[in-house]
Design a binder for this molecule. Structure first.
Ligand code: SF4
Length: 485
């Protein structure tokens, strides 16, 4: 697969359902892009392949796409414009109803100030997401986007995840016979006002049984995927995400990846066949998913995190199947009735489970160019190791983070440390933009990490909800936090 922005045809690799996915010759074919894993083969890999095997072949697949030399990062800023939200996701410690003392909606001037600070350090994009705030009319968003583009025309606006778009449809009641029509009506207007691309927030786990338990009031998988399809039909690029390590089974993770892969096939085929796009987009100029990022659930301060872990009080439970695994199916058909403890017990993810899941995502998602390392929750050194488990990108150099840090520890790094981590992992760091085009390759003496003479000023910092300043001032100057979504 070439860089997606230059890709003109797409034929999915053939599948060999009878092949043993643990066979190294078969995995070498998968890594070379000649064979596609079936969901069942992906599940076997996730559950049974040795960690070293997953790393070896995910790394080989990554090197086949991205070569051996460069691994990337982006400088952007995460702006959470409001924490008022109609949904009640059980994994969320960020949302507020609206009448609490710390409920907020940023003024456009405050958002401009944040972008000016980003611009001052060479930032190229903002990742702007919020709660789903019913008090904000469409004009608020149109004025905000137009105002940003007027003052900062060079800043890429990566904003509003699918659950926000689904609520825009509910709040603004746009014309149209179908959800797709209504989404397109809203999205065309936001795009014309300045929206450049959509983040993949709110993906969580697509399987209905899991999603109904953890994403109360949030859109279902069909609506999430339809929103992204509409964005792609307007020529916009998006990312996809997955949050795992809670009540779900391993088959749910594979089902999630498989759905992203199916919908990506659809838009890549549309583009290859010259299918008309929507809005003012040039014919055939379809967008698609640029990246997939997965990360483990952070439990602190969340209702979901209060569930008991499997085996926590009775170690004998660990000899029994986890309820999520009993209920999960790779086609998403699992139901809560398949285990009495489904949805009541947690299986948190550790470092190796994270690396296994990311490696399998690289092998399953043969039609997605970038896999992002999610070091923000696992720590910078696991993020560094993740570059050898299928990830080609270290995510976002950001200046603040509010959502994930509300639910646990997150790490912040500055650009020099991020470059040092990539270099120490055996690669040359390179700054990219939102479309994964390179802005700077740091192979000379002026590289951000090579200019550092005193590393004591550049240690990793931890953002933690209990230690953080109030949200409005929780800004860590020139720091990095990798919760891309
Ligand atoms: S995760 Fe997002 S949609 Fe869900 S409650 Fe929190 S802010 Fe709202």
């Amino acid at each position: 697969m070439t860089h997606p922005s230059t890709q003109h045809d797409w034929t999915p690799p053939a599948q060999h359902p009878g092949a043993d996915p643990l066979d190294h010759a078969f995995l070498a074919d998968v890594a070379a892009g000649g064979v596609r894993l079936t969901p069942e083969q992906g599940l076997t890999l996730l559950q049974r392949a040795p960690l070293s095997t997953l790393g070896r072949f995910a790394d080989a697949r990554c090197r086949a796409l991205h070569a051996d030399r460069l691994r990337t990062y982006v400088i952007d800023r995460n702006i959470n414009y409001t924490n008022i939200c109609t949904a009640k996701c059980t994994f969320c410690a960020f949302r507020r109803d609206g009448d609490e003392h710390d409920a907020y909606t940023l003024e456009p001037e405050q958002i401009h100030q944040k972008i000016a600070e980003l611009s001052a350090i060479g930032g190229t994009q903002i990742l702007m997401q919020g709660g789903m705030n019913p008090a904000l009319p469409l004009d608020w968003y149109l004025d905000l986007l137009a105002g940003i583009k007027e003052r900062f025309p060079y800043i890429h606006i990566h904003a509003f995840s699918p659950p926000e778009f689904i609520e825009f449809v509910h709040f603004f009641n746009p014309p149209g016979d179908t959800l797709e029509d209504k989404l397109r009506w809203v999205m065309v207007r936001l795009k014309e006002a300045g929206l450049d691309s959509l983040p993949g927030g709110g993906g969580e786990i697509f399987a209905p049984a899991v999603r109904r338990k953890i994403g109360l009031g949030k859109c279902d998988a069909e609506a999430w995927l339809t929103t992204m399809y509409v964005a792609h039909s307007l020529g916009m690029f998006t990312s996809a995400t997955m949050m795992f390590g809670h009540i779900e089974g391993h088959a749910d993770r594979i089902h999630h990846m498989d759905l992203v892969r199916q919908w990506q096939d659809r838009v890549l085929s549309n583009a290859a066949n010259g299918l008309p796009t929507s809005g003012n987009t040039a014919p055939g100029a379809w967008g698609h998913y640029k990246a997939f990022i997965s990360w483990p659930f952070q439990r602190e301060n969340t209702p979901l995190g209060r569930l008991r872990e499997w085996g926590q009080t009775d170690p004998a439970e660990l000899d029994l199947p986890f309820p999520g695994d009993v209920a999960a199916r790779v086609d998403g058909s699992g139901t809560k009735d398949l285990h009495p403890e489904f949805g009541r017990r947690l299986r948190m993810s550790g470092s190796t489970d994270y690396l296994r899941t990311q490696a399998v995502s690289r092998l399953m998602l043969d039609n997605i160019f970038s896999i992002g390392a999610s070091w923000v929750t696992m720590g910078p050194h696991i993020g560094q190791v993740a570059l050898h488990y299928g990830a080609n990108d270290m995510g976002s150099v950001m200046m603040e983070e509010n959502v994930v840090s509300s639910a646990g520890t997150t790490y912040c790094l500055d650009e020099a440390v991020l470059c040092m981590l990539i270099r120490d992992a055996g690669f040359t760091p390179a700054q990219r933009d939102n479309t994964y085009d390179l802005l700077a390759v740091h192979d000379g003496p002026d590289a951000p990490d090579r200019r550092v003479t005193d590393w004591s000023q550049h240690r990793a910092q931890r953002l933690h909800a209990q230690n953080a300043e109030p949200i409005e001032s929780a800004v860590v100057p020139v720091t990095v936090s990798g919760s891309e979504s």
